[in-house]
Design a protein around this ligand. Structure first.
Ligand code: ZN
Length: 160
């Protein structure tokens, strides 16, 4: 049903707009263990992701970001921080893999219901696949997250 589809698209856009206007966990994180600079030259998105790890290094105690990204970049970063805050490192990395897999799925293919459910609000971002130039805006913060969780130091990532 075309009507239903456009309604769903509108809802998704509202979620994206809400997050981009009032990003969650925006600001520096006191006692962050990692600070990752991330840059997407294609659009000009530039953010810094902060991650605080649990004492044993196995959990994401907190995650936040600062910087200047476009609406899609900010919304995706905001949703990502909601999703992985308080999760184990393993769960957070699995969320990254899931998000990357979904974002690389062509528009012509249906996305797995389980993936969309697991992504929660971040599932709204998957509509960005219609705009291939903007996919890197959506994945920037997630790549920064992976770097934060797999590197022992603070580093810089770019999408190029
Ligand atoms: Zn962007």
């Amino acid at each position: 049903m075309a009507g239903e589809n456009s309604l769903i698209e509108d809802l998704y856009q509202d979620v994206i707009l809400d997050h981009s206007r009032k990003p969650h966990h925006f600001g520096e994180l006191a006692d962050a263990d990692r600070a990752i600079d991330a840059y997407n030259p294609l659009c000009g998105d530039r953010i810094k992701l902060f991650v605080a790890l649990s004492a044993d290094g196995m959990g994401v105690e907190g995650v936040s970001f600062t910087g200047a990204g476009c609406a899609i970049c900010n919304a995706s970063a905001s949703m990502m921080t909601d999703l992985v805050w308080g999760k184990t490192k393993e769960e957070a990395l699995a969320a990254f893999e899931r998000f990357r897999r979904v974002m690389m799925t062509p528009m012509s293919e249906d996305l797995a219901e389980a993936d969309l459910e697991a992504l929660g609000e971040a599932a709204a971002i998957t509509g960005v696949r219609r705009l291939p130039m903007r996919v890197k805006c959506a994945t920037l913060a997630w790549h920064a997250l992976r770097e934060a969780l797999t590197n022992d130091e603070s580093v810089t990532v770019t999408t190029e």
